[in-house]
Design a protein. Structure first.
Length: 273
């Protein structure tokens, strides 16, 4: 049995740090000698661009091609379309063609499991597979949730971001009920946090009061910093761009929390001796 853990990084609201979290958590896990695959499941290709591909539509192969091959029952190859990043992880890029796949997938048998077919093939090759989801609750996101063991939910301490969590939680419940009963929520990750404002502190307190008893909220908070935004232009993670800064320290702490969750999961599921 593969020990690979598949994590979807998901929130239907845009601009909450999904891509930044996917890239930096992936790079953080690679620093701990984990074999990591990042999958860009967003037609906007934000992760692909953030990893140094300024013109993703010019890439010859991406996730759209892989999903089309699954729908056409074509043979899949483990290294097809994969790119390798200099920080020690692999990634499957995306481009605008993925928008067409989301339209075509509606009429496909077992449409929720197209991405899962590919992910399951890759499990033996990696310790972690991270899926950067689109900012929507469409079929691509449903596919990402169907393929995942768990999800991380980045959320800003803003009123609209907090309000949107209820809608996401409802979608996750439906996926658990009808498609992927083993799906778990690793936690809500607070991003772009500015503790200097009372409003942000109030929203964070409300989130913790409302969800704290139901869903894990990561102890790590990702601080607001222009250095995090700069990484996309640089094509590297925060560990390469500003390794001594506060955002790098936060993502290192998040990486440790994710590794600790994995150890807890294994201890609960390991057979008694």
């Amino acid at each position: 049995m593969s020990s690979c853990k598949v994590i979807s990084i998901c929130n239907q609201k845009g601009g909450v740090g999904k891509t930044t979290t996917a890239v930096n958590l992936g790079a953080g896990l690679a620093l701990y000698d984990k074999r990591v695959l990042l999958i860009d499941a967003d037609p906007q290709a934000s992760m692909t661009v953030a990893l140094g591909n300024k013109n993703p539509d010019e890439l010859p192969v991406g996730l759209a091609n892989i999903m089309q091959d699954v729908m056409d029952d074509n043979e899949l190859f483990a290294d097809s379309a994969l790119l390798h990043h200099k920080e020690g992880f692999d990634y499957l890029p995306s481009n605008i063609d993925l928008s067409g796949i989301e339209i075509r997938i509606v009429n496909v048998m077992r449409r929720e499991s197209i991405l899962k077919s590919y992910v399951d093939m890759q499990r033996p090759n990696y310790d972690y597979i991270l899926i950067d989801c689109a900012p929507s609750l469409g079929m691509l996101t449903v596919n990402a949730l169907a393929a995942a063991d768990s999800l991380i939910i980045p959320a800003q301490p803003h009123f609209l971001s907090a309000k949107g969590l209820d809608l996401l939680m409802g979608s996750v419940s439906k996926v658990k009920r009808y498609i992927n009963p083993d799906l778990q929520i690793d936690g809500i990750l607070l991003t772009m946090v500015d503790r200097r404002t009372n409003f942000a502190n109030d929203i964070m307190d409300e989130l913790k009061d409302y969800y704290g008893g139901k869903v894990n909220i990561f102890q790590t908070e990702i601080p607001h910093s222009i250095r995090a935004a700069e990484t996309s232009a640089a094509g590297v993670s925060i560990f390469q761009h500003d390794k001594s800064g506060k955002v790098a320290a936060a993502y290192e702490q998040l990486t440790k929390e994710v590794l600790a969750l994995e150890r807890q999961d294994r201890s609960r599921t390991s057979p008694c001796r």
